[in-house]
Ligand binder design. Sequence first.
Ligand code: ADP
Length: 313
Amino acid sequence: MFWKLLDDLNFIARCKKYNLGLWQCPNFLFLAMGFLTIVAMFGTYLVSKWFDNETVTIVSVSAVGMIIFTVGNFVVRGFEKVAEANIMKSEFISIISHQLCTPLSAVRWNLEILETEANGKISEKQKIFLENVKKSNDKMLKLVSDLLEVVRIDQGRSVFHMENINLVPLAEEIIDDLRHLIKLKDVEVIKKFDANLPQIYIDPKKMKIIMENLISNAVKYSYDGGKVEIKLYPEKKKVLFVVRDWGVGIPRYQHGRIFEKFFRSDNKSRYRTEGVGLGLYLVKAILKHFSGEVWFESEAEKGSTFYVSLPAI
Ligand code: ADP
């Protein structure tokens, strides 16, 4: 608490971190405004006491007003600069992602054509190289599509194609899509799907993002040879999707930050796994649109359980 307060007051370091000059930095301006207001009020009180003259009092009160107005103006400009930087950052991400999406998709198409061997046979060794190129390309495509989704959601531009769907076939499809990762980690997937699961009304593509992120995380952050349990069952008027692993877990002191954009926990697996910390941010942001909820329980070295609940039809 004390250190946090001290850190809050260390405005020079904070302004440096935000790359803002002192007179553009809201942290400094707030302090300056508070200080100036107190000094100006006290000065007005002394002036009106000494001179006992209406005009002097009015002039000094007007001067206080002007000081507050001027510093207030700096504060507003400081906030504007921060807001502008935020907009520019989103636009930058959006432009770069759009520009990367087309060539990356073209690479994928061409690789698939090569793989059909319609234009000549390829050797077993060449097939391995092609497979490696495809995997790297797919990783870049996933990153670009995650970034684009984040920009769309943040700007309220996401398009939803709603349907009544059953989550069981979708879960099976995702597990199949992740079979290479599951094999690589030698993870056993235990499925517990309720046979009478009610349907939900949702955009299947967005639901796929949610389920894919939670299942792939459970596999990624499991120890090699571990197990992952995936459950789908009804509860009251909701459908619950639960993914449990017995992997590295999340340290308690980082629980509060896990759904933040670009956050990666500093558990040891971070250095062994790929990711940029957008998955859980997307899961939470998407669920907000469908009146859904996500929460989790986790302990370092013991594993994690992520819960998603959505209204049943
Ligand atoms: P990414 O996996 O790409 O880093 P996410 O947003 O999906 O990003 O997750 C954020 C962070 O939360 C991860 O970097 C990881 O540290 C932690 N995390 C998420 N799921 C799990 C899990 N099942 N077990 C342990 N840590 C997890």
